[in-house]
Structures are given as structure tokens and as C-alpha cells.
Design a protein around this ligand. Structure first.
Ligand SMILES: NC(=O)c1ccc[n+]([C@@H]2O[C@H](COP(=O)([O-])OP(=O)(O)OC[C@H]3O[C@@H](n4cnc5c(N)ncnc54)[C@H](OP(=O)(O)O)[C@@H]3O)[C@@H](O)[C@H]2O)c1
Length: 345
């Protein structure tokens, strides 16, 4: 039996295109070694940062990154939910639903203990799509970025960029739960209307038709207390200009610059950060791996109570993977961008 996988053939220097990849067919292994499991992919999650993992890295950069870069000729790695279909590992028997970084392939062979890539067993009662969205890496990034970096206080002004996206929409809603006045930044009227009308976010700025800097000056004349940034670039520059004294900035992601060389640059008014004593901190949600069960339980409770709404944008058609990934950068995804490949057995 054969399965398909997308291999990285050439490092993109701008947006990822089909020519950088190759769709190949492979044979499933005939026998597994001790410790190995064979996974059938159920859902792929198109995380924007996969584009960063395609850049060339120095040895020092690799050492400090959570994941090594994707080697030329290797399958594109990325988060997914899979089911164990063959197992030589008693910890992960056949039928187990797993989160892994197996990426853009229909089947993958893993030795979880030896490979060093994170895996997590998923409760079969949880919808796999939800386990990759509001209860997965993005919802957890929102939860940890707010709890560990921003620590929002009631009455504070919280700005979220990429606010209508998977991570940003959860961050904005947690801000409301914590009693903040939340200003979301998103591209286009439809996304801004959704933030205000469906999620109850106080204000929304359409960065495609409005000046973020001027709008923030109008909406937050005394300054922005906290900023959860998914975008970077000009958006980060504009928010820095509007920060309040002792403001906090959580750098979750910088999608506006991922199609460059991976060495993100944003022109910042750094003396503003100095004089205003602004704290600015990057974070990776997996820094708090041990605390994830508690965070997931709280997020699940908020979802059940209707305090956190989420939407998944689920695609099909494995052969369209490069085109679907590009939608993250065009902003045409409506919620967590996933691809469904199979149902669990
Ligand atoms: N630190 C962590 O642990 C962690 C974990 C998960 C995700 N992240 C980060 O969170 C961010 C959002 O990821 P996601 O998976 O939730 O994706 P998403 O927000 O659901 O989708 C990406 C969105 O980014 C916006 N965008 C794309 N290019 C842009 C540009 N040049 N300028 C402004 N906005 C742009 C688009 O929305 P508009 O239509 O509004 O432009 C697009 O819909 C990414 O930066 C990602 O790397 C970080």
C-alpha cells in the first residue's frame, strides 16, 4: 500500500509555492522496529510558522529553536492529529489518537521516545479539529501568552493583532473574560464585524483600510496597556507608538514577515519602550508543556460556557496543500486552517 507526502525540494525566499515542494508516493513499511508506531493522519494544521522552518539555519539558530529546520528532501513537518494504526510501542497501542509534528504526509512512522519530537495523547472524546484549534497549540498560545506574559488586569486596554485568526480570536476573548477593554486588529470589514458582533470585542481596526497608529490614538488616548502580537512589522511599530507607561507586549508571532528570510525586523521606536518602561517578551507555548492540562481544562470550560467561540476552516484535498497553506498569508482563512484527511477507525 502506498501513501503520499509533500517533500521540501527548494528553500523559498519569499512565499511558499508549489515549485518548492514535491508530492511523492511512498510504500508503507512492512515491519516496525521496537518502539515504533505507524500513524494515519486525520487532520493537518496549517501553522504559519511552518514557513519559518523552511529557511536555512545556522547551527546556533538550530540550537535555540524548538524544531530543527526542514531538510531538503524531507517531508514538511507540522502539527497534526493522527491515529496509531500499527504499534510496536506499548505506550501507544493501536487506536490511540495522538498530536504530533508528523506534518504533510498521509502516514508517518515515529519512535516517540527516540525521535525527540513532541507527541501528546488526545482524549478520544475531544473532536480532533478542536484539539488542533482552540484546545490545541493556538488556543494554548493565547492562554499562556496572556497568563504568563501579559497578566491582564480588569479595566486595562488590550490590543490583539491577527485578532480574527485562530490564535488571536482566543486571545481577544480571554482578554474580555479578564475584564479588559479589547481592541482587535484584523484585515477587512467582515473580520472586524465578526469580532465586534459575534465575539463581543469592544473595538476592531481594519488595518487594510485604516491607520492602526491613528485609530489607536483615537481609541486609547491614554495608551495601550497590553499588546498580544501575532503579526509584527508595521503593526508592531504602530502599537509601540501607542503603548502606555509600564505596558506589556507579548510577541506570539510575526506573520507579516514570515515570507522573508526568517530574521524578522520591525522598525521600532525603541526609546519609547525605554522611557515608557515597556516590557516586551517573546514566548513559545510549549515552554509550559507541564501546565497544558490545566490550561486546556480552563479553555474547555470557557468554550462549554460560550465565553470562548472558535471556528475551524476545514479543507480537503491533499494535493492542494501548498495552495491552502498560502491562504494564511492572503488572510482568506476563516478560523483555524485545517485539512481533513481521514476519520478515526
Ligand atoms: N508563540 C507560539 O507558541 C505560537 C503558537 C501558535 C501560533 N503562533 C503565531 O500566531 C500567529 C497566528 O497564527 P494562526 O495559526 O492563529 O493563524 P491565523 O491567525 O488563523 O491566520 C493567519 C492570519 O494572519 C493574518 N495575516 C497574514 N499575513 C498578514 C500580514 N502581512 N499582515 C497582517 N496580518 C496578516 C491574516 O488575517 P487578516 O485577514 O486579519 O490579515 C491571516 O488570516 C502566527 O504569527 C503564528 O506563528 C505562535
Amino acid at each position: 500500500m502506498t501513501y503520499r507526502q509533500w517533500l521540501l525540494r527548494e528553500r523559498p525566499t519569499d512565499a511558499l509555492e508549489s515549485r518548492h515542494l514535491e508530492l511523492v508516493a511512498n510504500s508503507l513499511p512492512t515491519a516496525l522496529k521496537p518502539g515504533e508506531i505507524l500513524l494515519k493522519a486525520l487532520y493537518l494544521h496549517f501553522a504559519p510558522t511552518i514557513r519559518n522552518w523552511m529557511n536555512e539555519r545556522t547551527a546556533e539558530e538550530q540550537e535555540n529553536m524548538l524544531f530543527p529546520y526542514i531538510a531538503i528532501g524531507a517531508p514538511v513537518m507540522g502539527p497534526c492529529i493522527s491515529q496509531v494504526v500499527r504499534s510496536e510501542n506499548p505506550t501507544y497501542p493501536v487506536g490511540t489518537i495522538l498530536f504530533s509534528m508528523s506534518g504533510w504526509q498521509e502516514y508517518s512512522l515515529l519512535n516517540p521516545e527516540a525521535d525527540g519530537h513532541p507527541v501528546a495523547v488526545i482524549d478520544p472524546a475531544i473532536n480532533p479539529a478542536l484539539a488542533l484549534s482552540a484546545l490545541g497549540p493556538n488556543g494554548l498560545a493565547a492562554w499562556f501568552g496572556l497568563a504568563k506574559v501579559i497578566d491582564p488586569k480588569p479595566g486595562e486596554i488590550l490590543v490583539v493583532s491577527g485578532a480574527a485568526g485562530s490564535t488571536g480570536s482566543v486571545a481577544a476573548q480571554i482578554g474580555k473574560i479578564k475584564g479588559c477593554r479589547v481592541i482587535g486588529i484584523a484585515g477587512g470589514k467582515a473580520k472586524c464585524d465578526w469580532l465586534r458582533d459575534e465575539l463581543g470585542i469592544d473595538e476592531a481596526i481594519d488595518y487594510k483600510s485604516q491607520s492602526v497608529e491613528a485609530e489607536l490614538r483615537r481609541l486609547a488616548p491614554n495608551g495601550v496597556d497590553a499588546f498580544f502580537d501575532n503579526v509584527g512589522g508595521d503593526t508592531l511599530s504602530a502599537v509601540v507608538e501607542n503603548m502606555a507607561v509600564h505596558g506589556r507586549i507579548a510577541l506570539c508571532g510575526q506573520i507579516a514577515t514570515y515570507n522573508e528570510d526568517g530574521r524578522t525586523r520591525a522598525p521600532l521606536n525603541v526609546m519609547k519602550l525605554v522611557y515608557w518602561r515597556v516590557k516586551i517578551q517573546g514566548f513559545i507555548m510549549s515552554d509550559w508543556w507541564d501546565e497544558m492540562p490545566g490550561a486546556i481544562a480552563e479553555l474547555a470550560g470557557w468554550i462549554a460556557e460560550g465565553k470562548v467561540k472558535h471556528r475551524e476552516d476545514i479543507r480537503t484535498g491533499f494535493e492542494t496543500v501548498p495552495q491552502v497553506f498560502a491562504e494564511l498569508f492572503a488572510g482568506t482563512n476563516e478560523g483555524t486552517l485545517l485539512m481533513k484527511l481521514a476519520d478515526p477507525d
